[in-house]
Write a protein that binds this ligand. Structure first.
Ligand code: FAD
Length: 402
């Protein structure tokens, strides 16, 4: 019987401990989380929960009874301060805890604007934790002026919620277009038009020079020299993997905490999964920031702690909700050289990313059938003739036949 300690009680950490018990592990399991609450899902924080359409209790990944019922020692509000990889202990405020296997599921930190440009003024928020969202909730009053810095998915989702609630929203994006880092121009165009139609002001190619205000934020000076007024600011400028503990313990980093194909770090007793971890994929160390990856990778780590020896095969998928549009993404678009557009029923659309004739990924807007077919093709390593995809008369499901 061995003793597993998991640092980080989020999506990956909870998936790991649940899987260990589900597979019959009868050693001791401890899940340690810095936040004061049990593991919860983050996606609704910028969607239904922010909108007020989802109660807090529905955020929790498992009922509170799940942990004691399964012999999982869940320690919330407890931050691990250090790992002693030689003594095989982790240090908490109240002492040291031994481990045989240690799993790092420490997630990531939102990038914050520096204090020198007003990043620490009151009324400047990031969207990472339940506490972040609860803190900004009182600012969501009809007519309030919200400035969003960053046109990635989180910024756009927050913009959609705020516009729905009657706020006056301006979003600035330093790059030439929103979603530039993650999506094709076609998808950027689609979401720009969607937001504009709902009254959100999207400013692309516009950076932030500094936030203005005395104690609390009151506006911003933009790279164009303009000054705009704002009652509060949300930043969505990316995340950095939470690697500090690993680094201090001498564990190798490479685009996050480096793991091998089984999820093991450079220390054979220490594993990593989720936003903080990178894994070998196509000749590079890939790091994904998604729920699907956090769960699958953490379950793979649990299996390998139990000796399965299985390699992690990532099946990337993601979604985003903005206004009445559900975007579903499958695959990884890196390296695409053309986009095939497929009109769906009733104004739905999907964009399929190809490299030559090889299908890499797709973005489906309100088109679950296109998503399902594309995802299955990509996961099977298959492609479909781009001409067939572009033809609305093609019955998509027929493409799945061997
Ligand atoms: P987390 O869930 O962040 O958990 C890490 C935990 O570790 C945190 O609770 C942290 O406090 C804890 N921790 C860190 N260091 C320590 C320490 N030293 N001691 C104790 N505890 C520690 N993904 C999608 O697929 N679809 C979406 O639509 C989507 N929307 C999102 C919307 C928002 C607002 C956010 C923030 C994320 C969204 N994501 C989405 C991403 C997804 O939520 C993350 O990829 C996922 O939560 C990663 O899981 P994780 O377990 O690696 O990290």
């Amino acid at each position: 019987m061995s003793n597993v300690v998991v640092i980080g009680a989020g999506q990956a950490g909870s998936a790991c401990v649940a899987r260990l018990r589900n597979k019959g592990f009868d050693g001791s399991v401890t899940l340690i989380g810095a936040e004061p609450v049990p593991p919860y899902q983050r996606p609704p924080l910028s969607k239904a929960y922010l909108l007020g359409d989802m109660a807090e209790d529905r955020l929790y990944l498992r009922p509170a009874s799940f942990y004691p019922d399964n012999g999982i020692n869940l320690r919330t509000g407890a931050s691990v301060q250090a790992i002693d990889a030689v003594a095989k202990t982790v240090t908490l405020a109240d002492g040291a805890l031994p481990y045989d296997h240690l799993v790092l599921t420490t997630g990531s930190h939102p990038r914050r604007l520096p204090a020198s440009i007003g990043g620490t003024l009151d009324g400047v928020f990031a969207v990472r934790t339940l506490a972040d969202v609860d803190a900004m909730a009182p600012c969501f009053v009809t007519g309030a002026r919200l400035l969003i810095v960053g046109g990635g998915y989180i910024g756009l989702e927050a913009a959609a919620v705020a516009a729905k609630l009657g706020l006056s929203v301006t979003l600035i994006e330093m790059a030439d277009r929103i979603l530039q880092r993650v999506a094709a121009p076609e998808t950027s165009d689609y979401f720009r038009a969607l937001h504009t139609a709902h009254g959100v002001t999207i400013r692309e190619g516009v950076g932030l020079t500094r936030l203005l205000g005395d104690g609390a934020v009151s506006g911003a000076e933009l790279s164009t020299g303009e000054v705009i007024e704002a009652d509060f600011v949300i930043t969505g400028v990316g995340i950095t993997p939470a690697t500090e503990l690993a680094e201090a313990a001498g564990i190798a980093l490479d685009n996050g905490i480096r793991t091998d194909a089984q999820g093991r770090t450079s220390n054979p007793a220490i594993w990593a999964a989720g936003d903080c971890a990178s894994f070998p994929h196509g000749g590079v160390q890939l790091r994904l920031e998604s729920v699907g990856n956090a769960i699958d990778q953490a379950e793979c780590v649990a299996d390998n702690i139990l000796g399965t020896g299985r390699e992690y095969a990532a099946k990337p998928w993601f979604w985003s909700d903005q206004f009445d549009v559900k975007l579903q993404i499958a695959g990884l678009s890196t390296g695409y050289d053309r986009i095939v557009t497929r009109p769906g029923d009733e104004g739905t659309v999907s964009f399929w990313y190809y490299h030559g004739d090889r299908l890499l990924a797709l973005d489906a807007m309100n088109d679950p059938r296109a998503y399902m077919v594309g995802k299955r093709l990509i996961e099977a390593g298959r492609s479909a003739d781009p001409a067939l995809i572009a033809d609305p008369a093609t019955e998509l499901k027929a493409l799945l036949k061997p």
